[in-house]
Design a protein around this ligand. Sequence first.
Ligand SMILES: C[S@@+](CC[C@H](N)C(=O)[O-])C[C@H]1O[C@@H](n2cnc3c(N)ncnc32)[C@H](O)[C@@H]1O
Length: 445
Amino acid sequence: MNNSSSSEVALRDGWTHDLDYRRCYQTEDDLQTILRLLALTPGCSLVDVGCGNGAFAIAAANNCPDCQVWAFDALDSAIAECQAKAAGLENLRAAKGWAHALPLATASVDRALFRSVLHHLAQPEAAYAELGRVLKPGGRLVLQAPCNNWGAALGRVLSEMMLLADNSHRRFYYRPAEIADGLQRAGFSCSEPECWPYEFPFIEDHEAAFLQQHGAEKELRLRPLQPGKWGIEGCWVRIIAGNAIQRDCRPRERPVVGMRLIRYQPEFQEPMLALHRSAIEGFVLGMTHEQDEADLVAVEDVYLRGHGEFLLGFIGERLVAMGGFKRLSGGLAELRRMRIARELQGQGYGTLLLRELERRAFQSGIRTLCLDTARRRPLTLEFYRKHGYQQAGRSFYGAVETVQFKKALEEQICLDAANQGAAANGVPAKRIGDSSGSGGPPSVG
Ligand SMILES: C[S@@+](CC[C@H](N)C(=O)[O-])C[C@H]1O[C@@H](n2cnc3c(N)ncnc32)[C@H](O)[C@@H]1O
């Protein structure tokens, strides 16, 4: 279901740069409580949905360096702030994303945080379903939101009062039982909702008058704080929910668009470098761009003339995938530079590219492929494991700790790939067909 209503698209950002918001609702105590409830363990993954300035996602990534943290928000301004604050944190990725359409694979994360976002959603069921989709069976959701623990009509009055200050969207103060019901219908088993009051000290005279007109002052505990400023008491609800459903982990039906694979051509060097740079954003490589990109500015010498391969994937005119292999010795080659555009990860494109590279490697006499990928990218590690790669050791790529993988190629793989129509022939570019199957995030190195 699509709930990106125009009111949500036009959300005004009243939080990212608001020091009062941070001081009141992102305290050290809030951060520590959420970290405790998330109970992150090394190797697990977390998605923070509606991450805002990223305070919680960043605290989680710092607190558990062996976890992979994804942070999504509907606002560019929030994501820009989160990315700036998270610079250098290798295990955090922030990108624009809506609660009802997260760019993550089904059953791919262990924990989800959904804090102070629910009251911005007109159709919370779409977000519950999406959270349930991306969480692994047994995965944990920590949901916290302002709610309506008063008389039923008061939620609407409060929303209307908020519109006086910020007319970009209505707020939806759901009843705690309503939230728990919605989560249960989406396949979660829920803790008893926990409610407690919070102070909202930003009411101005005309807003106070509005509340008084609607007889809401008593239940909301409206009180003067200083000349021109009033306070009310809001109510938080928190629910810890476990994903009780064993979901079908095959990607949902979505309109997978055909990707054309072609052999590298020098005219695409710039977009290829841009795709590479966006994939490694946030990594501290411990080397200069020139050092890191030495092979990418000499693809023909390093890959193609050495009986290796380097492929580029296009959707329409846009370069969305890249990757190649470099021959190390007769039957051994190294898979390198696998990159898929961020918003297309988890949709089968990584699988298409990998299969085609494996097919071409086998055809050219290669029997073993090896690769290095960043250790702090659990989803990437999972991607290679799922495709039959065995862990072979650990190493470093500059300052980035990596896991080494190896796979013995079998003829079967090549037949599979061929049967799927994955037979791109270099120039001229040929469509290699649509495919399901889950793709994977890019690796480093
Ligand atoms: C009150 S802030 C909360 C930020 C942070 N989660 C926290 O707890 O401090 C609400 C955030 O939710 C985001 N948001 C609202 N609706 C959203 C949606 N449908 N999908 C993703 N993010 C959304 C807003 O852009 C904003 O950054």
